[in-house]
Design a protein. Structure first.
Length: 469
């Protein structure tokens, strides 16, 4: 896998952490409000305010600064030229003193007659002449001479001049180099959708096995299960983004704009959470709630609220929507961002079910990764497709009609899933319904993709290489 693929994958997970921190803060403020009123909501907000700040910083860093940060870490910088500067450096110098070379004595030594006896075996003592007094050499100050004595001691009486302050001292300085930043309109680079799907299926299987043997190998199971859990809730969204983005052949949508839509899709769970929670409190949802209340919340309230809050990310990046395919890509991206935050919450609750957690987590992770996420992707994609058609010169009536179609699709999924969960034979019906619904939803989205590609003048059913610039 190329380095660029890790760059965008790491950026996406940074955005996921930021968005989840913000949603986590809002969720606990809502819980505090429902359980203790305004005072408890304020208390929860004050205690968890750090999550809000941390999430906002992660979102800003991931959207605005990640490319520069990642490039500085991974791309080797070219060799930078050096420039030599001269700057005076003053410090005391040692005092060099050279003893003078004394001249020979001015008078000859006395001449002695040869001794009458043989000379002794030891040499006679040498005559010591007193040394004349001599003043130390003067210190020379030459401001323009910058030379250190290379070896030995300066000779007398004309020693080498040396300064007691050193003038310009050389040091090296690098020229400031411009940052090697990537093109702000570069394409999003992700692995192929099929590779992500295979990794997702393997991770779900391995995670289920790790949960099954957790009572016997607790630490090892935790180490194996954590990456499987992350892949389980995130890869289904990445599969859809990589798939629909690979069909953009006329022009590549900038990665930053696509990720903005993805972030909005994750944050759009906040208004949906507020309305759904207040509606559930008003209708009295709880352990003893009737089937009618559950169906109203699942098949009426949730579809209308969620399908209204998800596609606003398409309208926020409308400058980049040039046709039907662009609108579809942005709509699907918003929808899978919404589904990703939902999957984190649901899958975490599946792990905490206690007995049978391995089977429950495995089955429901597959169901949400292959079924529910397709509902969110198809619903928001329909609205984005209609808005792209309007931006390309079509009528505006397609947008509300697409919204109603998305609500109907979502209501059918939630309503039938709820009904099948209450009957004895519902397990088999749920499996058959999920297979049929997944196939139909995929064909719907693929048909919209083909029509979008044809509207841009490209051949139908021919995708560009995923992530190619």
């Amino acid at each position: 896998m190329e380095l660029g693929r890790f760059r965008d994958l790491s950026r996406i997970y940074l955005l996921i952490v930021g968005a989840f921190s913000v949603v986590f803060f809002v969720r606990w403020v809502m819980i505090g409000y429902l359980t203790g009123g305004v005072s408890r909501a304020v208390l929860c907000g004050a205690v968890l305010f750090g999550f809000l700040i941390f999430g906002a910083l992660m979102l800003y860093f991931g959207l605005e600064r990640w490319d520069r940060f990642y490039t500085d870490l991974t791309v080797p910088q070219p060799p930078q030229p050096y420039v030599i500067h001269f700057q005076p450096v003053y410090y005391p110098q040692p005092y060099y003193y050279a003893p003078p070379a004394y001249p020979p004595p001015a008078y000859p030594p006395p001449a002695y007659p040869p001794p009458a006896y043989p000379p002794p075996a030891y040499p006679p003592p040498a005559y010591q002449y007193p040394r004349p007094p001599h003043a130390p050499p003067p210190v020379y100050h030459y401001a323009q001479q910058y030379h250190w004595p290379s070896q030995g001691i300066p000779a007398y009486p004309a020693p080498r001049p040396f300064p007691d302050h050193v003038g310009p001292q050389r040091y090296y300085h690098r020229f400031p180099q411009p940052r090697r930043e990537l093109d702000p309109r570069r394409a999003l680079i992700l692995p192929e959708a099929m590779k992500l799907l295979v990794i997702f299926l393997l991770a779900v299987f391995v995670g289920g096995v790790a949960l099954a043997v957790a009572p016997y190998t607790a630490l090892l199971s935790l180490i194996v299960f954590l990456p499987a859990f992350v892949i389980g809730f995130s890869f289904p969204s990445l599969i859809w983004i990589s798939y629909v983005y690979s069909f953009e052949t006329a022009h590549r949508l900038p990665s930053k704009v696509v990720l903005k839509a993805f972030v909005y899709g994750m944050l759009s769970t906040i208004p949906a959470l507020l309305v759904n929670t207040l509606a559930a409190a008003a209708l009295g949802e709880g352990p003893g709630a009737s089937l009618a209340v559950i169906l109203v919340l699942a098949a009426v309230v949730a579809p209308f609220v969620e399908e209204f809050s998800k596609p606003w990310g398409v309208f926020l990046v409308k400058e980049e929507v040039r046709g039907r395919l662009d609108g579809l890509i942005f709509g699907v991206t918003c929808g899978v961002g919404f589904a990703l935050i939902e999957n984190i919450t649901y899958e975490f609750s599946f792990v905490l079910t206690g007995e049978g957690a391995a089977a429950i987590w495995t089955l429901f992770t597959l169901a949400r990764g292959l079924g529910s996420i397709m509902v969110h992707a198809a619903g928001a994609g329909l609205i984005g497709y209609a808005y792209g058609r309007y931006r390309a010169g079509g009528g505006w009536t397609g947008v509300p009609l697409a919204y109603l179609a998305a609500v109907g699709l979502h209501a059918a999924w939630n309503g039938l899933s709820t009904v099948f969960a209450t009957v004895d034979w519902g397990v088999y019906a749920s499996v058959g319904f999920m297979v049929f619904f997944v196939a139909g939803t995929f064909l719907l989205v693929r048909g919209l993709i083909d029509r979008g590609v044809e509207s841009e003048g490209g051949p139908a059913r021919q995708a560009a290489g995923p992530g190619s610039p």
